[in-house]
Design a binder for this molecule. Sequence first.
Ligand code: PLP
Length: 406
Amino acid sequence: MSFLNTHSDGKKMVDKVFKAAIKAIEAKEKFGDDAVVDATLGTLFDENGVFVAYDSVWNPFDKMDKIEKARYARGIQGNPKYREAVYKWLFGDEEIPCEIIVSPGGAGAVSATMHNVLNPGDTLIMPSQGWGPYKTMANEFGLNLTKYNLFKNKGFDLDSFKETLNNIMEKEGKVLAIINDPCHNPTGYTMTSIEWDLLLTYLNDLSSKGPVVIINDVAYVDYCMNPSWKDHFLKYKNLSKNVMVVIAFSLSKTFTAYGMRVGAMVAISNNKDELAKFKDASIYSARSIWSTCNNSVMELFAQISSDEMLYTNYINEKQEYIELLKERAKIFISECESEGIELYPFTEGFFATLKVSDDTEKEALNIRLQAKNIFTVEVDGGLRIALCSVSKKKLRGLARKIKNVL
Ligand code: PLP
């Protein structure tokens, strides 16, 4: 008999990102920084290998009264000013029927939504190439997992998406699926507007058979190259009554505020009663699991987004890093093309992923790369390269080095 219950007995977290990052740190200690390509961490580093914490965010934070930093949040649902600021950040002046609940990062938003939408034994639907913790969360809530194939002919595989959701709807009478768009982790893909239109038409049709819930994980939305990508959210105005989209928003990447643990569930639906129930259940979950979120960063977000000067400083500083990511991607993607290295379809964002379908081959390749002081992260169907953390200097010639190991 264990102290733990049957569900938790034997649970052990092995985080592939942190495991790979530790190996990279050891290599840097042994061989020096210049000799190592550390493409493991999903956080921004500048061209000198220094962690990026935006001045435009953290200088105003330093000026904030200590009481704001010390006190509890104004409410479990999140500070009213923060919720208003999130609404404006995502939707501007448009009218979208939604409820906003603060969460500890995007992870909290994704996890609480799974918990409140599915019963243990139900099935979570995720992409074939997706963020690892989705699986951990599903397991934590006793959910089964099934995957749609993400790509076909260099674009979104709508047929697989439909087939997967149809199957689960037939069996379980309801679906919850995750779409990590734009700037997918780990592939860097962003779906086209037409792909979204087709997908949403399908979801509206499917909802005649039962409730359809989509988690739109937008952790990287503020790194889109298209400045008007957020117009995409207007498409959610036309959801059928039996469809709800929960946007998982996060300040981790948006504000380089990873450790502050602030995000939000932004639930959108034309079904007012269901929206109200989702809000109530989310507040209940918050109180029972993490209680309140970080007050000072909620206030900081409201302050920066409503002050013209602070906001302009922020946008300008972030834009420098969007440009940098673009330059890094250009180097790596074009060199991979020249070397004939296959990547998953890439558009933009923090990551690109080498395609290695066979698991044994993938592990072996990763070990060979590590022996050459190149550190990547093993993901489903490939090896992830974090463009956000590798300088242009180190990216130049990286494809050739990988090719030699291949
Ligand atoms: N979703 C994806 C795809 C991510 O890559 C991350 C962070 O790495 C998150 C969500 C959530 O991050 P956080 O909980 O720090 O906001």
